[in-house]
Design a protein. Structure first.
Length: 188
């Protein structure tokens, strides 16, 4: 059982899932989306020349770009949901979906000085946490957590374009799982 009374759910597409024992979402037909936020792992700066480092700090401008890219992908994918009506206010039949992306860590080293090229097998990783809540009471109904890496299929040359493409691919994977699950819930 979780700290807030949720029970572990087995056979989830996410790494971990919990729900109240009496979970029944049939009374909900509308969805209120709430951005919970982003949290970044604090990483000491290993310097430009430390070849053994595998985690690097994320500069504020790159954090903003990451959040913008992930948000855009989720908005695009969530627009494809057919079985829910989106609303902006709480209500009796409104399910609140709160999303967090936490423990974000980068495997992208700082740009090298000179003409060196960097090839990566991992861009970074993060944990997506989703909470379903009753919009009127804010009672937590279910929570899931899924940790994934932005791992290309083969080594890629690190650049702003290729790194963001991997971030978008990871965000799209999460968003499509979410869309599929929300549509399945609506069909119950």
């Amino acid at each position: 059982m979780s700290f807030d009374g949720l029970h572990r759910v087995d056979r989830s597409v996410m790494d971990q899932a919990w729900a109240i024992p009496t979970l029944d979402l049939t009374g909900y037909s509308k969805l209120l989306l709430v951005r919970g936020g982003f949290a970044y792992r604090e990483v000491d700066d290993p310097g430009r020349y430390n070849r053994s480092a595998d985690e690097f700090p994320i500069e504020p401008e790159n954090r903003a770009r990451f959040e913008e890219e992930v948000g855009e992908v989720f908005r695009d994918e969530l627009a494809k949901i057919e079985n829910w009506e989106y609303v902006t206010e709480p209500g009796r039949d409104v399910l609140m979906l709160v999303g967090y992306i936490i423990d974000v860590v980068s495997a992208v080293p700082p740009d090298p000085i000179g003409r060196n090229r960097i090839y990566l097998t991992r861009v970074g990783e993060a944990t997506l946490v989703l909470e379903l809540r009753d919009s009127m009471s804010s009672e937590i109904l279910a929570r899931s957590a899924d940790r994934r890496g932005a791992d290309p299929a083969w080594p890629i040359e690190s650049s702003r374009v290729t790194n963001l493409a991997e971030v978008r691919r990871l965000a799209r994977t999460w968003a499509r799982i979410l869309v599929r699950r929300l549509d399945q819930i609506a069909e119950l």
